[in-house]
Design a protein around this ligand. Structure first.
Ligand SMILES: [Zn+2]
Length: 95
């Protein structure tokens, strides 16, 4: 089932098991991870700028609300490219 929102969880290291609907953010390692919002269970790991120059930018709006840019595409798991969305203000905007 496609998720429509996601809750940021600030962690030091990304846990092995990613719960659906949670966006794990490790500022220590400059990584954001979540379970693909389509519900397939694929791990989606993103590197943040400036750790990776072509990485994503995480914007914190306060009150535990975040946005990521650019959009997220998920190729992971057994499926080829199959999910594409923006994460904006904790909402998942499907493309
Ligand atoms: Zn998926």
């Amino acid at each position: 089932m496609r998720l429509l929102e996601i809750t940021p969880v600030f962690v030091e290291t990304i846990p092995q098991k990613l719960e659906d609907g949670k966006l794990y953010i490790s500022k220590e390692f400059g990584i954001v991870a979540h379970s693909c919002a389509c519900g397939c269970g694929g791990r989606c790991i993103m590197d943040l700028k400036p750790y990776w120059k072509d990485g994503w930018t995480l914007t914190e709006h306060g009150n535990n609300v975040v946005s990521l840019s650019p959009s997220v595409g998920n190729w992971s798991g057994e499926n080829p490219y199959h999910a594409h969305y923006f994460i904006k203000n904790n909402k998942i905007d499907w493309l």
